[in-house]
Design a protein around this ligand. Sequence first.
Ligand code: URP
Ligand code: ZN
Ligand code: ZN
Length: 460
Amino acid sequence: MTILIRGGSIVSESATSEGDVLCDGERVAQVGKSLSAPKGARVIDARGKFVFPGFIDPHVHIHLPFMGTLAKDTYESASRAALLGGTTTLIEMVCPSRRDDPLEAFDLWMSKAVGRSACDFTFHMGVTRFDDTTEAALSEIVRRGVTSFKVFLAYKGAFGVDDAELYKTLALAKRLGVVVTAHCENETLVSERCRELLARGRTDPGAHHESRPPEVEAEGVNHLMTFAELTGAEVYIVHLSCAEALERALAARARGVKVSIETLIQYLILDKTHAERPGLEGAKFVMSPPLRDKRNQRVLWDALKRGDIDTVATDHAPFDVATQKRMGEADFTKIPNGIPSLEDRVSLLYTRGVEGGLLGVHDLVRVASANAARRFGLYPRKGVIAVGSDADIVVFDPAHRGTISAATHSMAVDYNAFEGSPVIGRAETVLVRGEVAVDEGRFVGTIGRGQFLARQGATP
Ligand code: URP
Ligand code: ZN
Ligand code: ZN
């Protein structure tokens, strides 16, 4: 298929140019002005619209057995939701339990995606135990093209690793030249504080924040920074939520620690008062680290603008209210953690960030596409519109007005944390490797066409 996208504002992380993009087969063939359409080509009129490289969500959960339940999305529903929101590549966390064999877990996660995804995908390999067999298994997974690991400093007794396991994982990652992504919260502080809160009769969702205040996250970040410094490993802090944690990460970066930082769309827009709502209303907003005091939002936006924070992800964790968030009605420690948002990241970033004057369109490309591609070994195949790159393209209509609602979203959950939020702009036409997957805002993609992206190491 040949597609000519004509007359749009083509946006990269550093420039905007008015012109055309010619896609031939799966790749971008030409970028320029007044390109002529080859015979039989489909022409997409992009006048008055932005032409963005496909967006990348570097932190997604789809198959997620967690807290006694299983997240609701499948690759069919999640990839459809991703594409409707302009995300053409997602990176899912493989999250085995401590008992599981890593290679078997990797094969299981892969089997959930291959033949079922409409968008491209890859994984961060969760390391939830480190014993005598782990090095060989992880080395094999890296050979298969998964060049990033994931560790949890939280979730004691579930995914969490101890310090010896953390040290060995980082040392191995350094030897293999792969990056380690990390959930940073001090798990001992969390479990002790949960115990104290429950003993005082605090069972409400609002207590979740008190069990893991900013210092708990800052301590987790500091902990990771120390281990990264001593091993020389490259690390990536997932879902950083607050000023205190940012300060520790930037101090480490300033002394030479190789650290990248991700925040989430949830932290930029929602705050802890949402989770303080009584009962199930509050449970909808329980995630870890928790939604923070509103003052942190400006800190995070400013850090994105300056380039101190590298990426905005969703940490999409699709648990429903009717059967899952409800599990924690009488005890906040049993609320499955996570806020689904895969579909809404780009429109919210555009609305609140770009239209709100906090980010420019180039910043949007940088934090929602290019940096993730670079960090995780996908650039310049992804993250940029350039000759030879994959034809992953979002024609974005800034004139569109919409309202977010669970009644119309495609994620397989019964609520939307941004319910009723007005949004400016939408991904009107979305191409994945040269095939139209969203047309006039409707999903027309092919389930199963999404490819596993075997990766090399990060691009500096
Ligand atoms: O609350 C969260 N973040 N849920 C998903 C699992 C994780 O920690 O990434
Ligand atoms: Zn996490
Ligand atoms: Zn996560």
